[in-house]
Design a protein around this ligand. Structure first.
Ligand SMILES: *[C@@H]1O[C@H](CO)[C@@H](O)[C@H](O)[C@H]1NC(C)=O
Length: 234
């Protein structure tokens, strides 16, 4: 005769297995629903209700900082994370399906952020290091990794306790949409996160500030100001 404990374990195992399978089916159904919406989508048209501006929530994660003092450049390796709502992508999902991943982000409408004081922006790759997730309520989350070289005059003019504090600003705005169409806002909470103890040569990142802004009178933007402290002894 079979050990009853084993029998119970076997039954439990099958229950868990079938639950997992149900979850997979739910995800599959949701993914198919999103695919159908994307197939009919007009990715060139901004999602807007009553011609209201689309709000873009911005978050940055900086992994690496490289300072080229001679050429007034600060080079950042960062992830840019953007979140907005596209009512056309609202779908029904079973409980437990958080969001659906879309491997080809270009099927959805994407905002057109650019770095105002960026000298060169290298997208690591268009697809491989980017991610698009669609939530049942139409919230779209896009994350991409890139390297941006910022023009930041290294005048060392800010001086603090005999140390020099150097500030560098990174401003992100829409390339083509005015503030009547696209609003940039920092994500609440921690809009900019830095890998711990970022430094380059004699500079180390001391602190940062986030501000919402307006560029050229007409364009909404977000601004990250980084304060870099120069070591006293080098
Ligand atoms: C939509 O869902 C996401 C993820 O659960 C959530 O963060 C967001 O606040 C929701 N948006 C609205 C407008 O309810």
């Amino acid at each position: 005769m079979r050990n009853p404990k084993e029998a119970v374990a076997a039954i439990l195992f099958f229950i868990i297995l079938s639950l997992a399978k149900a979850d997979e089916d739910d995800y599959y159904k949701a993914a198919v629903a999103v695919k159908e919406l994307l197939d009919e989508n007009e990715p060139g048209i901004r999602p807007s209700v009553n011609n209201e501006p689309t709000t873009l929530k911005v978050q940055t994660y900086v992994r690496h900082i490289d300072i080229d003092e001679e050429n007034d450049r600060v080079i950042l390796d960062l992830s840019l994370r953007l979140k907005w709502n596209d009512y056309r992508l609202v779908f029904n999902a079973a409980e437990g399906v958080d969001y659906v991943t879309v491997l080809n982000p270009k099927l959805a409408w994407l905002p057109d952020p650019f770095f105002i004081n960026g000298v060169v922006t290298y997208h690591k790759t268009v697809h491989k290091e980017s991610f698009l997730g669609v939530y049942p309520n139409g919230t779209v989350y896009f994350s991409t990794r890139l390297t941006v070289s910022l023009y930041c005059p290294m005048d060392g003019s800010r001086s603090l306790d005999n140390n020099h504090e150097q500030s560098c600003v990174m401003t992100i705005a829409s390339y083509g949409y005015t503030a009547r169409e696209l609003l940039f806002e920092w994500e609440g909470g921690k809009p900019s996160v830095f890998k711990s103890q970022l430094r380059s040569g004699k500079f180390s990142l001391e602190r940062s500030e986030n501000h919402d802004c307006v560029n050229s009178g007409d364009y909404s933007c977000v601004k990250l100001e980084m304060f870099l402290r120069q070591d006293r002894c080098s």
